[in-house]
Design a protein around this ligand. Structure first.
Ligand SMILES: CC(C)(COP(=O)(O)OP(=O)(O)OC[C@H]1O[C@@H](n2cnc3c(N)ncnc32)[C@H](O)[C@@H]1OP(=O)(O)O)[C@@H](O)C(=O)NCCC(=O)NCCS
Length: 181
């Protein structure tokens, strides 16, 4: 399979935040942003894969600043990493106040997508051509994130099996909860 460069699938989605996107506090719903992120991740992944793709997992969704109605949100997506059938799409989200041109970086998140063939089974994706130091850095960071996520899952599964209710009650002493057992 021929490697495809990161630039082949780089995608930007820009949308104006209209009043119907607001939550009860008058700011933009987090779910609106998640939906936009999922759309741009799909477009970027499908361009690289040359196939339909599905979202498998999402890392690093921390909204650092609220997005206001009236702001112009841009989501810049690029493939950071490819496995055999999976791809990691990094998405940087910025919001611009259109009257002042002030930009703010609201979050950067990583969507893992899997390419699917006609039989709905995962299908191999082209390798990624890394053409500059940023491409290489992002690929290496995605490898590290994957490794840490796997070790966290194993560590947490072990921790859960050792978390016996009777022996863990004292950990709740300084927490803001009331045990009503
Ligand atoms: C994702 C899915 C295709 C995996 O199917 P599977 O039969 O377990 O396939 P595999 O084990 O071969 O995994 C396929 C790839 O997904 C990756 N993967 C699977 N689960 C993952 C997870 N939780 N996080 C990250 N990657 C994951 C595997 O590492 C593998 O990547 P690789 O080929 O690059 O090494 C399947 O679980 C699925 O279709 N899920 C539903 C996805 C969906 O519908 N999303 C939209 C939600 S509405």
């Amino acid at each position: 399979m021929t490697a495809k460069p990161v630039n082949h699938s780089r995608t930007t989605l820009t949308e104006l935040m209209i009043p119907s996107y607001a939550n009860f506090g008058g700011r933009v719903h987090g779910g609106i942003l998640l939906s936009l992120m999922d759309k741009v991740a799909y477009a970027c992944a499908a361009k690289h894969a040359g196939h339909y793709c599905v979202t498998v997992s999402v890392d690093g969704v921390n909204f650092r600043q609220p997005v206001e109605v009236g702001e112009l949100v841009s989501l810049m997506a690029s493939v950071n990493y490819v496995g055999r059938t999976s791809l990691v799409v990094g998405i940087k989200v910025v919001a611009e106040n259109v009257t002042t041109s002030v930009m703010k970086h609201t979050n950067t998140s990583y969507f893992t997508m899997v390419a699917k063939g006609e039989n709905d089974q995962p299908i191999e994706v082209p390798p990624l051509l890394l053409e500059n130091p940023d491409d290489v850095r992002r690929f290496l960071e995605a490898m590290k994130r994957k490794e840490l996520r796997t070790s966290f899952a194993t560590y947490f599964d072990n921790a859960k099996t050792q978390m016996l209710l009777d022996e863990s009650m004292d950990k709740l002493a300084n927490e803001r909860c009331v045990v009503g057992l």
